[in-house]
Design a protein around this ligand. Structure first.
Ligand SMILES: Cc1cc2nc3c(=O)[nH]c(=O)nc-3n(C[C@H](O)[C@H](O)[C@H](O)COP(=O)(O)OP(=O)(O)OC[C@H]3O[C@@H](n4cnc5c(N)ncnc54)[C@H](O)[C@@H]3O)c2cc1C
Length: 322
């Protein structure tokens, strides 16, 4: 028979939101268990320098996540190297089944399963990820001060990233495969008026080119889809801005979601549409998508879970007395 255990708080996800929730929940004596999933440490493990984590002027993403894991362990959180493949939120205690076959029940659940940037899937994109290819202008824009960059995409994400990059880059070339943008009109107006922006319509990215040692981007090869003509654009940074996908499969059809799967939370709270279930980090945030905001939400989720469990306990003792 597979292992079955009950815990007060189950945290699903090991990015900044999950580990921060673990630290706070442990310190609130809730003895949480945290499931790391298939990407222990989350999205920051696939980047290089992080320059906006308070207290560290520069830290490597993977190192920061090792430190967060160690911090969570040091407070006493139980970290489990397993992936939750089903979660039943229809009744309390909530039930999760892990890939290992273990069955877990919990009085409260903190969802911190994050999101994934969408990538084009080409080999040269993969090769230069973290070395000139990025999916986050807020995170990496600062590295391209005074340099030329390109942005790939045509929706809100691409236009917002391109506008943000004009704060640093000398020139931003937006490359879009169609002849019009899908983004909001107001954003388009701002983009068209910005003298640093050039738009290449009907154009797709063919390849990212660069140096081997040190590994770094030097340009992109693009193709006009109408004429078939291939051309080269020199640049130091390539921002893939074709959207993000929240990792909300576990709670699909169980929790209220919006904007393509982001879990809806109550205003100024991490409470979801089911009492006792909290969502933190990129799973719920389609706007900021930062480590520090995710960590902040992880803290909120743990404190809200603590309050919920205390109220549940008080209700139980009242009903026993009555
Ligand atoms: C290339 C890149 C560079 C970035 N650079 C910066 C930066 O410089 N500064 C910054 O602030 N932000 C940066 N970000 C954004 C930052 O990484 C995210 O905002 C942050 O990691 C979100 O944290 P999170 O805890 O919500 O989830 P994530 O980091 O997305 O982690 C999600 C976790 O959930 C786990 N998980 C998912 N499904 C399951 C499941 N079913 N069972 C168990 N576990 C599961 C995964 O294994 C993972 O551990 C960058 C992102 C990328 C992609």
């Amino acid at each position: 028979m597979s292992e079955q255990r009950h815990v007060k708080v189950m945290i699903i996800g090991s990015g900044p939101a999950g580990y921060t929730a673990a630290v706070y929940a442990t310190r609130a004596m809730l003895e949480p268990v945290l499931f790391q999933g298939i990407q222990p440490g989350g999205q920051l493990t696939i980047t290089t320098e992080v320059e906006n984590w308070p207290g560290d002027s520069m830290v490597m993403g993977p190192d920061l996540m090792v430190r967060m894991e160690e911090h969570a362990k040091a407070t006493g959180a139980e970290i489990i190297s397993d992936h939750i493949n089903s979660l039943d939120l229809s009744k309390r205690p909530f039930t999760a089944v892990a890939d290992s076959g273990a069955v877990w029940t919990a009085d409260a659940v903190i969802l911190a399963t994050g999101a994934q940037a969408k990538w084009l899937g080409m080999a040269s994109e993969e090769k230069f990820k973290g070395f000139g290819v990025s999916a986050c202008a807020t995170c990496d824009g600062f590295f391209y001060r005074g340099q030329d960059v390109v942005v790939i995409g045509g929706g809100n994400t691409a236009v917002e990233e391109a506008l943000f990059l004009t704060n640093f880059a000398s020139k931003v070339t937006l490359i879009h495969r169609r002849d019009s943008l899908r983004s909001e009109k107001i954003l388009q107006d701002r983009l068209f008026k910005n003298p640093k922006v050039e738009i290449l319509w009907d154009t797709t990215l063919e390849e990212v080119t660069g140096t081997e040692d040190p590994l770094g981007v030097e340009g992109v090869q693009v193709r006009n889809v109408k004429t078939g003509v291939i051309s080269e654009i020199p640049c130091k940074g390539v921002f893939i801005a074709i959207g993000h996908a929240p990792s909300s499969e576990l709670v699909k059809d169980q929790l209220e979601t919006h904007m393509g799967g982001y879990v809806v939370t109550a205003p100024d709270s991490t409470a979801t549409s089911i009492p006792g279930v909290y969502a933190a980090g990129d799973l719920t945030d389609h706007i900021y998508r930062q480590a520090v905001t995710s960590a902040g939400m992880g803290c909120m989720a743990a404190l809200e879970a603590e309050k919920f469990l205390a109220e549940m306990e008080a209700d139980d003792s009242r009903s026993k007395v009555a």
